[in-house]
Design a protein around this ligand. Structure first.
Ligand code: MF3
Ligand code: CO
Ligand code: CO
Length: 269
């Protein structure tokens, strides 16, 4: 596996791209309200990225092998949509949960992050799914350090999700990131401790678990992009871009408005 190690200069560019991606989420949060269309969120984010940040929205026209070019600048995944929801004329209503996934390019480098947002008041079940999925992401992040393995990351995520009676989506994973949107390694959100690639300082990758309230099975819609749960159960996802440092990790996609890490994922001092 050719996993590329970023130089200090590249890491500085990744920090900038990561912060800018997170700031798009900060910017859009107050607009996530009942009656707003997902296409409105896309236009607002697109204009903020291109007009204000001078970043490039990486999803727009992104076409990995076997896919049509993605037609929008962000992904908006509502309720039973797992990921890659295409913004359009869908109107948000009170009680919906929505993942907004932002990837920007600045100075040739990518920053990739997503959060869950509540539209009005969520149900108790929806809130619990979103919070637990956020904890899963942070437990995966907390497992990152030189000498740890990707299986340790996947195991931490899977164990926490399954203890809550949830299931981990297997078909999509985190990914190395840098001058390319998706590069090696693949970061699975399930696994066994002590297996898989060993982490080294200078690696940058995303951790982005998709967790379903029901069964893990998914289906792709006819638009070629939108992924939904087969059983129509709710699904949640959170994503950060992380750097492996000499003694642990640095989260590159933090911003003033980024939710803090939950207590259970904090490492003892
Ligand atoms: N941002 C997604 C990820 O976390 C990828 C979206 S691909 C797109 O990897 F084309 F749908 F934008
Ligand atoms: Co990603
Ligand atoms: Co993403």
């Amino acid at each position: 596996m050719a996993v590329n190690i970023k130089s200090p200069d590249e890491i500085q560019k990744m920090r900038t791209a990561g912060r800018l991606a997170a700031e798009v989420l900060d910017f859009i949060e107050p607009h996530v309200k009942p009656g707003v269309m997902t296409g409105d969120l896309d236009r607002l984010c697109h204009d903020y990225m291109v007009g204000h940040q001078r970043t490039t929205p990486a999803p727009l026209n992104y076409a990995p092998p076997g896919y049509q070019p993605f037609p929008r600048s962000i992904c908006t995944s509502v309720n039973h949509v797992v990921c890659h929801g295409v913004p359009g004329d869908k109107k948000l209503k009170a009680g919906d949960i929505i993942n907004i996934d932002i990837t920007v390019i600045k100075d040739g480098y990518h920053g990739d992050t997503s959060r869950m947002f509540y539209v009005g008041q969520p149900s108790i079940q929806a809130r619990r799914l979103c919070e637990t999925t956020c904890e899963c992401m942070w437990l995966g992040i907390a497992a990152v350090r030189p000498g740890a393995c990707l299986g340790d990351v996947g195991y931490a995520i899977q164990d926490h999700a399954e203890r809550h009676g949830y299931s981990v989506v297997r078909e999509f994973c985190g990914h190395g990131i840098g001058t390319k949107f998706h590069e090696e390694p693949q970061v699975l959100h399930y696994g066994r401790p002590g297996t898989g690639l060993m982490l080294q300082p200078g690696m940058t990758f995303t951790i982005e678990p998709m967790i379903n309230a029901g069964k893990p099975d998914i289906r792709q819609l006819a638009d070629g992009w939108t992924i939904v749960t087969k059983d129509h159960s709710l699904s949640a996802q959170w994503e950060h871009t992380v750097l492996v440092t000499a003694d642990g990790f640095e989260v590159l996609t933090l911003s003033a408005g980024a939710p803090a890490a939950p207590a259970l994922a904090k490492r003892p001092e």
